[in-house]
Design a protein around this ligand. Structure first.
Ligand code: 4NP
Length: 158
């Protein structure tokens, strides 16, 4: 069965498109891309249709990861489509859970903080790099790579 995973942040131009690209890159390395559908979305809609932030794309490219997705906003239909919705910070988690209350059928998705899968950090939130310096983008990628490796290990066990 194809596993469907959606990453969610605020703007869908920094953290969640990077998470999507990191997972796609890992899946390609493992020749597992046909077994997954991966997407990302923002809780906000300000950047709909835009490519990811150029600073995020550049930092990812330096690790051999291309971020190609365009921003979209999370929709109610995502809750009945994706198996797993992974949020970047507590505010995303609260916003996603608030939206979920509007769903009038039962959801398919499990909703979890992405860093619950991380193994090498005490952080429970992926910091928003948008207003920070360039090093923030590398820190985000380190956290995403750690958590996504942990996620794949957990999925492998299940
Ligand atoms: P993201 O970062 O949630 O990781 O995509 C942000 C991008 C844009 C804004 C905030 C966070 N913004 O306020 O426009």
């Amino acid at each position: 069965m194809i596993k469907k995973i959606l990453f969610v942040c605020l703007g869908n131009i920094c953290r969640s498109p990077a998470a999507e690209a990191v997972l796609l890159n890992r899946l390609k390395q493992k020749k597992l891309e046909n077994q997954y559908e991966v997407d990302s979305a923002g809780t906000g809609g300000w950047h709909i249709g835009r490519l990811a932030d150029s600073r995020m794309r550049m930092a990812a490219k330096q690790r051999g990861i291309e971020i190609e997705s365009k921003a979209r906003q999370i929709a109610l239909s995502d809750f009945t489509y994706f198996d797993l919705i992974l949020t970047m910070d507590d505010s995303n988690l609260a916003d996603v859970n608030a939206l979920l209350k509007e769903l009038d059928t039962s959801p398919k998705s499990k909703i979890k903080p992405l860093l619950s899968y991380a193994r090498n950090t005490q952080l429970i939130e992926v910091p928003d790099p948008y207003y920070g310096g360039d090093s923030g983008f590398d820190q985000v990628l380190d956290l995403l790579e750690d958590a996504i490796d942990g996620l794949l290990i957990e999925i492998d066990k299940s």
